[in-house]
Unconditional design. Structure first.
Ligand code: NDP
Ligand code: PYC
Length: 338
C-alpha cells in the first residue's frame, strides 16, 4: 500500500488556510503564508510546502509569533526600503514592501529591502520570482538557526542560510536558483528522519564531531556546508548581510532567542533588486540576447538549468490538478485543526 496521499490543488489551499486561521493567524497572514506554501507544494518542493505548516503552528502556539502583526514599511533612503514584520511571519512584510522595492530598483537601477523582526520559515524562490516577473534580477538571503558547523569546525554556528537568485527571461520561465548553503536544508533532514531513511555521507556530523548518516544524530550534532570552505564563506556572508548589516540577529542569536522551542527562526532578511534596463543603457534586448546565448550553451551540453525540475513538476501537477504528500504528514496536519 502506498504511503502517499493525493490532494487536489484546491484542497492544498483550503487545508493550509484552514489550519492557519484555526490557530489564530489573521486572514492576511493566512493568505500570504498559504500563497508560498501552495507554490512550493505545486512545484513538488516537499521540504517547504505543507510540511512547513508544522513549524508555523508550533511558532504561534508558543505565543511568540504575533498572528495578527501589521507590518510597517519605511522609505529609508533613495535605494533602501525597510519593512518591519513586527514579530509576524516574514511574508506579509515582504508583500507590503515589494512595490516600493520594485519602484526604487526601476528608478535607481539597484535597490535593497531589509525585512526586520520576522519569523521566517519559507523557501525564497517565490520571493525572487516576484522580482523577475517585474523584469528585475533579484537576490534574497536569510540566516536561520545555528545548526551548521563552519568548514573545519565541530559545532553549529551558521544557519542553513539559503541564497536565491532570479533572472528574467523573455517568454520563458526565469533562471532561478534557491538553495541552502548547508549540504541539506534542515527541512530535508527532518523529512529523512520522519521517513526513517539514512542520510547520504558528508551531510552532517554527530555530537562528538564524527561523520554520521543518522538523521537524528545529525540533528543533535551539526550539519555541514556545501562545497566545504566555499559554502562556509558564502554562509558567513549571508549571516553578515542579512544580520549585522541590517541590524538584526545572526543564526546563533536567533537560536538563543528561541530558547530551545521548535519555532521558526526569528531574524531579518535582505532582498536586492537590479534593473537590467539601467545597466545596459536601455538596450535590454542586448543583455537578454547574451544571457540567452549562455543558457543555450549550457542546455546544448545536456546540462539542466536550476528550477527546471520545479517548472516541470508545476506543469505536471497543474495538468492533473493533484499533488502527492506522505500520508503520515497529512495526518499530522489534520491534527493541527484539533
Ligand atoms: P535543492 O538542493 O533541492 O535545490 C537547490 C537548487 O539547485 C534548486 O534551484 C534546484 O532546482 C537546483 N538543482 C538541483 N539539482 C540540479 C542539477 N542537477 N542541475 C542544476 N540545478 C539543480 O535545495 P535545498 O534543499 O538546498 O533548499 C530547499 C529549499 O529550502 C529552498 O527553497 C530554500 O529557500 C529553503 N530553505 C529555507 C530556509 C529558511 O531559513 N527559510 C533555510 C534553508 C533552506 P530544482 O528545484 O529544479 O531541482
Ligand atoms: O530547511 O533549513 C531549513 C529551514 C530553516 C528555516 C526554515 N527552513
Amino acid at each position: 500500500m502506498s504511503d502517499q496521499i493525493q490532494l487536489s490543488l484546491q484542497q492544498v489551499r483550503e487545508l493550509s488556510e484552514g489550519i492557519l486561521l484555526y490557530n489564530g493567524f489573521s486572514l492576511d497572514h493566512a493568505q500570504s503564508i498559504t500563497d508560498t506554501i501552495y507554490a512550493c507544494q505545486q512545484d513538488d518542493c516537499q521540504s517547504h510546502g505543507l510540511y512547513r505548516l508544522l513549524m508555523c503552528i508550533e511558532s504561534i502556539r508558543s505565543g511568540r509569533v504575533d498572528g495578527s502583526a501589521e507590518p510597517s514599511v519605511t522609505d529609508a533612503g533613495p535605494s533602501v526600503v525597510k519593512a518591519n514584520a513586527n514579530q509576524g511571519i516574514s511574508l506579509l512584510a515582504l508583500r507590503a514592501g515589494m512595490p516600493l522595492l520594485i519602484e526604487k530598483a526601476k528608478k535607481n537601477g539597484i535597490a535593497a529591502m531589509a525585512i526586520n523582526n520576522c519569523f521566517h520559515f519559507s523557501a525564497l524562490w517565490p520571493e525572487v520570482e516576484v522580482l523577475s516577473s517585474a523584469g528585475l534580477a533579484g537576490l534574497a538571503m536569510v540566516p536561520s538557526h545555528a545548526w551548521v558547523a563552519p568548514a573545519g569546525g565541530t559545532r553549529g554556528t551558521l544557519g542553513t542560510n539559503p541564497l536565491a537568485f532570479s533572472w528574467p527571461r523573455i517568454g520563458k520561465h526565469p533562471f532561478t536558483f534557491d538553495f541552502a548553503t548547508s549540504q541539506f536544508a534542515r527541512g530535508e533532514i527532518e523529512l529523512y528522519r520522519r521517513a526513517g531513511k539514512p542520510l547520504p555521507e558528508g551531510v552532517a556530523i554527530d555530537k562528538q564531531g564524527n561523520p554520521t548518516t543518522d538523521a537524528e544524530a545529525a540533528m543533535q550534532g551539526a550539519m555541514l556546508t556545501f562545497g566545504g570552505y566555499k559554502g562556509s564563506a558564502l554562509s558567513i556572508m549571508i549571516e553578515l548581510l542579512a544580520g549585522p548589516l541590517i541590524d538584526d540577529l545572526t543564526s546563533k542569536e536567533s537560536m538563543e532567542f528561541a530558547q530551545g522551542k521548535p519555532e521558526a527562526p526569528y531574524h531579518g532578511e535582505i532582498i536586492i533588486a537590479f534593473d537590467p534596463h539601467m545597466f545596459s543603457a536601455g538596450q535590454v534586448g542586448k543583455n537578454n540576447e547574451r544571457a540567452e546565448r549562455m543558457f543555450a550553451d549550457i542546455i546544448e551540453q545536456g546540462a539542466r538549468l536550476p528550477s527546471q525540475r520545479r517548472y516541470q513538476a508545476r506543469e505536471r501537477n497543474k495538468a492533473s490538478g493533484y499533488v502527492s504528500m506522505p500520508k503520515n504528514l497529512y495526518e499530522d496536519l489534520l491534527a493541527l485543526k484539533k
